[in-house]
Design a binder for this molecule. Structure first.
Ligand code: GDP
Ligand code: MN
Length: 604
């Protein structure tokens, strides 16, 4: 019998799995009110079991949404509509009463630090999209935890979605299912609503069997109501709402209220030849090497790196003043192109089974393929591109989309850290900031105290520009307040730039596993070794302190050169950017730091 909603409207969806009565009251109300709005035909409450996933994947295979990569165990390929291939920053908004709660009001032009939408505009946008948007489809209820279940640092979300691809991906990327509901009880959760925006019958045919609605795509965050509402896209960060939407934007806001940090950082453990271990976090913007560094194989003999997370860190000072970090995720949603046995052998081992690939190319013998995979093809094997066409290198187009992805369980990573699910988190002793600067910025530097502040808050401040959950000026103030905690043992701050190039456009530094040399220097510096020299822009390795043994010809002079001309312009840019973009919300401490940097550079 169909249950009745309080206001007397019929509850229209047929429950095909799970039991509404078993849901915590607040979850049930959340589900019922959205069933009423979205009008799905079926309701499926996910239990998170293997059997459930198997049935979902088979169902999608029958529908032609995914295909099996038969050379691997339980590996699948989804090809999307070419209009739905990436996160869409321009359609990602935060709704607060006041604009300034979301973004600093810039001195001129528009803010580059996020997009605000008014409550009224959101109301209209919602009503233009969601009523009856799931007609003929199944609404899945996904209870999930960001962070190990039961950790005091973890948070719970409930995502409603009409995409089975999202369900299968969330099962990899988060801990999900019935145990989460049991842990939740009457506790708080973040409400996540997602629809691909293609009610049945379709108004126009799907491309590649991939449901999406690019014209109406909108990814909205309502931090005051703890709600994330996403429409029109099935892809990655737009639809797997636990990731950037929850774990960075929403969590950023929660972290500010509750006194912790939600950051775009990998977490790794590094052990020296003596068996001494430290944990480091590193903030690099997207496509600047997080996944690679998190899983690196050190070339330095005797050193070991282990992976806690490759994208997001939730960190909080414990009672002893140690900065404790968890990886809120359960899987890796990594960029496929460029991943090879040479660049990231651990990623290659991780993705051999139980993995969902999106927009990579397929080999005729049932495996995955992409630019830079560096694998010779067996004779007679052909390639089908992400556009589902026979492909050859002469086509002049890449076989895999540059933003194609693997979605794979973290537990399969051969170097996953033994403490990666530890409920108290791992103690962070150093934080690395990095970016991609072809010129000017040295390979390696250190020091929050000496000019560090300026450098890490440039055009992609904290590698967080697309992921701020509130006003960036207030975010800076929150960081500064963390540093002022009485008992806090502050981690050392470092900067790196793997991407400096010579005049011919070649990378000056070999990178990847050789980055272990840089980690060694940091490790020793944290241990108090006097291995640095002070420059106007902070500390850099002292002569001979960076281990280059066996590396061959490295132009260290150019790698570490600090040009007055470059830095004069750089500090000018930083100053202008902060004045313009952060404006009235710029903390005085940062302003003073930039002025001091400017002065030091002028005296070079
Ligand atoms: P993420 O998006 O931050 O996780 O970045 P990835 O680890 O996926 O790497 C992005 C791109 O940078 C890939 O093409 C990598 O091959 C490349 N990359 C990663 N680490 C290095 C490095 O140390 N040196 C160079 N030159 N390229 C790197
Ligand atoms: Mn990555």
């Amino acid at each position: 019998m169909a249950p009745q909603l309080q206001n007397g409207l019929n509850f229209s969806a047929k429950v095909v799995q799970g039991n509404l009565d078993s849901l915590p009251q607040a979850v049930r109300e959340f589900v019922e009110s959205n069933v009423k709005v979205c009008q799905p035909e079926y309701l499926h409450i996910c239990d998170g079991s293997e059997e459930e996933t198997r049935r979902l994947l088979e169902h999608m295979e029958e529908q032609g949404v995914i295909r099996r990569l038969r050379k691997h165990d339980n590996c699948w390929l989804a090809l999307t509509d070419p209009k739905d291939v990436a996160r869409i920053e321009s359609k990602t908004v935060i709704i607060t009463q006041e604009q300034r709660d979301t973004v600093p009001i810039p001195k001129s032009g528009v803010s580059q630090l996020g997009h605000w939408m008014s409550e009224e505009d959101f109301e209209k946008a919602f009503n233009a999209r969601f009523p009856e948007c799931m007609k003929g489809r199944t609404m899945y209820v996904i209870p999930y935890s960001m962070g190990p279940l039961g950790s005091p640092l973890s948070k719970i979300g409930i995502q409603l979605t009409d995409s089975p691809y999202v369900v299968a991906s969330m099962r990899i990327m988060t801990r999900m299912g019935t145990p989460i509901l049991q842990a939740l009880g009457n506790g708080e959760f973040v409400k996540c609503l997602h629809s691909v925006g293609c009610p049945l019958p379709l108004k126009k045919p799907l491309v590649n069997n991939w449901a999406c609605n690019p014209e109406l795509t909108l990814i909205a965050h309502l931090p005051d109501r703890r709600e994330i509402i996403s429409f029109g896209s099935g892809y990655g960060g737009n639809s797997l709402l636990g990731k950037k939407c929850f774990a960075l934007r929403m969590a950023g806001r929660l972290a500010k209220e509750e006194g912790w940090l939600a950051e775009h950082m990998l977490i790794l453990g590094i052990t020296n030849p003596k068996g001494e271990k430290k944990y480091l976090a590193a903030a690099f913007p997207s496509a600047c090497g997080k996944t690679n560094l998190a899983m690196m194989t050190p070339t330095l003999p005797g050193w070991k790196v282990e992976c806690v997370g490759d994208d997001i860190a939730w960190m909080k000072f414990d009672n002893q003043g140690n900065l404790r970090a968890i990886n809120p995720e359960n899987g890796f949603f990594g960029v496929a192109p460029g991943t090879s046995v040479k660049t990231n052998p651990n990623a290659i081992k991780t993705i051999q089974k139980n993995t969902i690939f999106t927009n990579v190319a397929e080999t005729s013998d049932g495996s995955f393929y992409w630019e830079g995979i560096d694998q010779p093809l067996a004779p007679g094997v052909t390639i089908t591109s992400w556009k589902d066409k026979e492909w050859s290198p002469e086509d002049g187009e890449p076989c895999a989309h540059p933003n194609s992805r693997f979605c794979t369980p973290a537990s399969q990573c051969p170097i996953i850290d033994p403490a990666w699910e530890s409920p108290e988190g791992v103690p962070i002793e150093g934080i690395i900031f990095g970016g991609r600067r072809p010129a000017g910025e040295a390979l390696l530097g250190s020091g929050w105290e000496n000019g560090g502040a300026g450098k890490i808050i440039m055009h992609d401040p904290f590698a967080m520009r697309p992921f701020f959950g509130y006003n960036f000026g207030k975010y800076l103030a929150h960081w500064l307040s963390m540093a002022q905690r009485p008992a806090a043992k502050l981690p050392r701050i470092f900067h790196v730039n793997w991407f400096r190039k010579d005049k011919e456009g070649r990378y000056l530094w070999p990178g990847y596993g050789e980055n272990s040399r840089v980690l060694e220097w940091m490790f020793n510096r944290i241990n108090g070794k006097d291995n640095a020299k002070l420059t106007p822009i902070g500390y850099i390795p002292a002569e001979g302190a960076l281990n280059l043994k066996g590396l061959g010809d490295i132009n260290t002079k150019e790698l570490f050169s600090i040009s007055k001309e470059f830095w004069e312009k750089e500090v000018e840019d930083i100053e202008k950017y902060l004045e313009d973009q952060v404006n009235a919300d710029l903390p005085y401490e940062i302003e003073r730091e930039v002025l001091a940097l400017k002065q030091r550079i002028s005296q070079m």
